[in-house]
Design a protein around this ligand. Structure first.
Ligand code: SF4
Length: 82
């Protein structure tokens, strides 16, 4: 019985941590000299860019924090709380 409770709690905590992941844009890594290729990769249309000479930005109201963008470019950084 204790094992089941332990497993259940671990799954519960892992889900909470996953939901708390935050996406950050690290401007220092963006050369700001091209259209961001990650924009079409976001399945929720949460990434936009003013122009090729600006860094991308994330609309928090659209972002589902799936982490996909972090696999495409190091400008996008996915952070999980410690
Ligand atoms: S985490 Fe997912 S939803 Fe949010 S900006 Fe990145 S790809 Fe889009």
């Amino acid at each position: 019985m204790r094992l089941y409770i332990f497993i259940y709690l671990n799954i519960f905590v892992a889900e909470i941590l996953e939901q708390m992941r935050s996406i950050e844009i690290k401007q220092e890594f963006c050369p700001k000299n091209h259209r961001c290729p990650v924009i079409p990769a976001c399945p929720f249309g949460a990434i936009s860019q003013d122009g090729p000479s600006s860094e991308p930005s994330i609309d928090d109201s659209k972002c589902q924090q799936c982490g996909l963008c972090c696999n495409f470019c190091r400008v996008f950084s996915c952070k999980s709380p410690q």
